[in-house]
Design a protein around this ligand. Structure first.
Ligand code: DAK
Length: 260
């Protein structure tokens, strides 16, 4: 598929995905969602990719939400299909076997914040603003935002954000635990890349299984989560990465992981 609104570049095991529709502040229309779905599907299959970074083109926005102009004309059936498409994308990202980091370089609103929340975590620039303005439009978050935000920062703060439709600053988002780190816009790309490079040196299986345990464990009771973790832990002992990691430690050298 030839992508029009989504750029993907791969170098040294790291894929950089950019939502590239800056004149609409990278708003998600049906075409952008479809392209993102294809790109993420390909990155999941690509063995050379260990970490994915998602950002928005331009200096103003990560993604300013679902495309309001497109949604304004939708029938209930089209809105339903649009919602299913968005949810499918968010769940796919959440369940990918590789980490996905959101580099939020400006507005992350509505569906844009939902995209960022579907990622493993968020680094943001100082000018970033995040929020759920859906209630100002007569709707509510529908790409998993109510579920992911409440799980991340607790129901009280999530309700305050969702009910008010307010945008909060990067600084407040950091204090509330929506984002992991805030830096200047000029530094954001480098800070995220630095972390991605560190993660890309680790065992892809160790990282992927840990993601699997955290993501799926959050949907389980604690004891089921412990059992699930133990099963995945055991499976890793059937891999070459475990043998290589421990042999390298004993031989006092750096491990060369193969992801198998
Ligand atoms: N959709 C379409 N166009 C957008 C947009 C958006 N979300 N956000 C910005 N744009 C466009 C603007 O219309 C403008 O286009 P032109 O007028 O130049 O053609 C251009 O981007 C630049 O924006 P502004 O001129 O407004 O720039 P400002 O700096 O003045 O303001 C802003 C920036 C981010 C504060 C403002 O653009 C704004 O308030 N944007 C809307 C933010 C928003 O409300 N986002 C949430 C959208 S609702 C569903 C599940 C989920 C969803 C929907 C359905 N189902 C289950 C069915 C998700 C819903 C949402 O995300």
């Amino acid at each position: 598929m030839e992508e029009k609104y989504v750029l993907a570049e791969i170098a040294d095991g790291i894929a950089q995905v950019t939502v590239n529709r800056p004149t609409s502040l990278n708003a998600l229309n049906a075409e952008v969602l479809a392209e993102l779905e294809c790109v993420f599907y390909e990155l999941e299959q690509d063995q050379s990719v260990q970490v994915v970074i998602v950002t928005g083109a331009g200096e103003k926005a990560f993604v300013a939400g679902a495309d309001i102009k497109e949604m304004a004309e939708m029938t209930a059936y089209q809105a339903h299909q649009f919602g299913l498409k968005g949810q499918r994308l968010m769940l796919f990202i959440e369940r990918m076997s590789k980490p996905v980091i959101a580099a939020v370089n400006g507005y992350a609103l509505g569906g844009g914040l939902e995209l960022a929340l579907a990622c493993d975590f968020i680094y943001a620039s100082e000018n970033a603003k995040v929020g759920f303005p859906e209630v100002t439009l007569g709707i509510m978050p529908g790409f998993g935002g109510t579920q992911n935000l409440a799980r991340l920062i607790g129901p009280a703060r999530a309700k305050e954000l969702v009910y008010s439709g307010r945008m909060i600053s990067a600084e407040k988002a950091l204090a509330w635990g929506v984002v992991n780190e805030v830096c200047s816009q000029a530094e954001l790309g480098a800070r995220v890349l630095e972390l991605a490079r560190e993660v890309a040196k680790r065992s892809p299986l160790g990282v992927g299984y840990a993601k699997n345990a955290i993501v799926n464990g959050l949907n389980m009771g604690k004891e089921d989560g412990f059992r699930y973790e133990a099963s995945l832990f055991g499976v890793l002992f059937a891999t070459e990465d475990q043998k290589e990691g421990m042999t390298a430690f004993v031989e006092k050298r750096k491990a060369a992981f193969l992801g198998k």
